[in-house]
Ligand binder design. Sequence first.
Ligand code: PLP
Length: 386
Amino acid sequence: MSRSRVAERVSQIRGSGIREFFDIAERMEDVISLGVGEPDFVTPWSIREACIFALEKGYTSYTSNWGLLELREAISDSMYRETGVYYDPEDEILITTGVSEALDLALRAILNPGDEVILHEPSYVSYKPCTIFTGAIPVCVTTDMDDGFRLHADAVRAHLTEKTKALVLNYPNNPTGAIMRRKDLEEIADVANERDMIVISDEIYGELTYDGKHTPFSALNGMKDRTIVLNGFSKAYAMTGWRIGYAMGPRDLIGAMMKIHQYVMLCAPITAQMAAIEALRARTEMERMIEEYNRRRRLMLRGLKEIGLNCFEPCGAFYAFPSIKNTGLTSEEFARELLMTERVVVIPGSVFGECGEGFIRCAYAVSQYELKEAIARMGRFLDGLK
Ligand code: PLP
C-alpha cells in the first residue's frame, strides 16, 4: 500500500505566494521591489557594534532557554515605560527566534485539533498555515477598505462557535497598514471576556505608527490575563536577519510556550540577543527611520492618487494596499504583468486571503528615489492598459 510521504496538514498548504514573485524578480535586471516586507536600512551601527563586542568577548554559548535575563528585563522596562503594562521578566517573557517562532509556539501551546481560531483578513500569510499545522481550524473574518480594514466586535461575534478558542489580532496590520481605534479594541475585548477566548496579538509593527499611537491589546481592561503579545526587533530596528522576537503573557501560557521552545529551539542566538539589548537602549536611530517611513508613506499615497489608484490611508507598518479593481485585472495578473513590463515587484492582495483580491501590497521600505521611479513605472503600466 502506498501512502503519502508528506503529512496531509503540510501537503494541503501552498508555499508562500510572496516568495514566488521574488524568485522571478531575482532573475531580472533593473527591478524595483515594493514586494519585500523588510526595512531597506542596515541595522544601526551601535547595535551591530554590540554584537561585534559580544563576539570579541567570546559570547558564543547557549543562553537560558528563556533568553538572557538582561534582555528580558530591558523588554519588561520598555513595555512598562511605554504602555504601563508590567510583565515579570522571570517567567512572563520568552525570547524567541523572531516573531515567526513566537507565533508558532503560541498557537501550538493553546490549540487542540478541531479548535477554531478567528483570523481577520486580509492578513499576514503565516497565520492560516501555522493554525492548520496544529490541527486547529482557521475561521476568517473579512475586513473592508471602506471601513479602514478595522475589525469589529460584531463581525467576531458572528463567527463564534462552541469551538472558538482564540483570536489572532494584527494591528498595525500587514498588508493593509490599518490601525485600530481604542473603542473598537475595547469592544473586541468584551467578546474575548464573554467567550473566554485567548487573544494572540501580533504587535510587530506597534512602534511603526504615523497618525496616533498604537494601543497594545494587553493594556485594555482585563486583557493582560488572556493575551499573548508577540513582538520583535525585525521591523522597527531593521533587524530582520538577526531573528529575535519575544512573547509576553500570563505565566501559564508563556510557560507552555517555553516547554515547546526548549525542545525545538533551545534558545535564540546569544550575539543577536546582546545586540537586541543595545537596540532597546539606543532608540534615536529607530525614531529617525520612522520619520523617513512617514515621508515615504506620504509620497506613496500622493503618487498612487496621481496615477489613479484608490488607496486607503495606512497609518501604521510600511505598506500601502491600493485597490486595482478599476483595471479589470486580477491582483495576480496585475502583479505579474507589472513585473514583466515595468520591472516593479508588488504582491497580489489575494495571497493575504480571498478578500485581498482586487488589491496589491506595496511596501514603502525603499528609498524615496526608488519609490518615485516605481510609481512612475506603475503610472506608465496603467496608461498602457487604457
Ligand atoms: N508578523 C507579521 C505581521 C509580519 O509582517 C512578519 C514579517 O513580515 C512577522 C510576523 C515575522 O517577523 P519575524 O522576522 O520577527 O519573524
